[in-house]
Design a protein around this ligand. Sequence first.
Ligand code: AMP
Ligand code: ZN
Length: 483
Amino acid sequence: MKLYNSLTRKREDFVPNHPEIVKMYTCGPTVYHYAHIGNLRSYIMEDILDRYLRYSGYNLKRVMNITDVGHLTSDADEGEDKMLKGAQREHKSVMEIAKFYTDAFFSDCAKLGIRTPDVVEPATNCIDDYIRIISKLMDTGYAYFAGGNVYFDTSKLERYYVFNDFSAEDLDVGVREGVEEDTNKRNKNDFVLWFTKSKFEDQALKWDSPWGVGYPGWHIECSGISMKHLGEDLDIHCGGIDNAFPHHTNEIAQSESYLGHKWCNYWMHVLHLNTKGGKMSKSKGEFLTVSLLEQKGYDPRAYRLFCLQSHYRKILVFDWENLDNAQLAYSKLIARIAALKPGDGELDQAAFDALKKRFTDALDNDLNTSLAVTALYDVLKYQTNDATKLAAIADFDSVLSLDLIARADKKREELKKQTVTAGEFTIVSESGESDAEVEAKIRARQDAKKAKNYAEADRIRDELKAAGIEVTDIPHGAKWKRI
Ligand code: AMP
Ligand code: ZN
């Protein structure tokens, strides 16, 4: 499998450190608010990597942190504490906020078909691990104490900017107007390992440490949690592109200074989902969440399909029209799979292998998910029996996670019920989608016809036509399509 490695800026063959296990780490959410669908794009694409590694036969151990302390509004350790801000906004305690939004995050993930990593660790669980790492960094001269905080000294490194293929804009640390610069830092890029009460006196969560009562900086948590569960080396580390700098850069700085050797071999960064207006934001404009998509009638898996249709290393622009297209494509896909007959023939191994090769070729090529989706459509077109097609679809869906088989089974059951009651009036759409409003109008038209009120029946048909819906009568029912 070839994977683009942000560290070397090359597509490389993926070779794990230890043949018996692949160790993967993912930066988890900061649980001060709901995740927006941009955050979730990153988690969907990382989930594809997770699932594809397992599908390819690797024994994967994946760890994710939950940031419930230490992440300030500016990634450069300035501004307010995000968790504290969330707690103040909702008049709750930091721990209540953390619990609520952690649950909300995993509920969104479940709706999007994202697997929960093998280990999920809140940052507040591992304070001793951070203290151990920071103590050694102090002893070896990589860290210093100033103004009540412990900082990492980036001037002690041979090389600090490790991901320097990113544009200046990518490397912008979210500098905000009105955020005061920290004058304790010896060098511009130095970052906080441990805050004490000298900064943010009202911080809710504090722990004792050799440097005073305080709390960890944001970056140290990922090094500490990764080493706690995965040891001193890591195969793949992932996150959204904004994490590359300064977060991942700082993770590498402190981890390798602590360990005295290379830490992680492959870095995977997912490019952002933007709105037409630019950056996706939790505070400006419409706050796009999974719940909002559902309220507007979209299936979360249609959003997953929307993400899979483009490559993770390209910026993806969100607009409702594109999501409409993905929703329609998703419903049609389910309808086409539902039209396959499960008992039809025996598995044709040669056909299955040929189809599978298209799928694995796509994903082996730096996770080309849009070609993997094309490989899924190829199954439907292929000259083979339905049993083979269904087997291939189920196999691919263990990676794509679009819930295709279960949804198609459900659809098939619904269609069966409709056929059983064929004496009654059946409404079907050509695309396989269902639309309660359209169906209600078609039923009203049928009632009018039954009552011999043909003028009303024609009026309803014209009204549907004006709304872009064409209705055709079929035996015992009506068929409709969008025109
Ligand atoms: P946070 O909850 O802010 O710590 O971010 C969670 C994850 O979402 C991180 O991996 C970020 O890099 C990623 N992320 C943030 N904004 C976006 C976006 N607009 N598109 C894709 N990923 C994002
Ligand atoms: Zn991290």
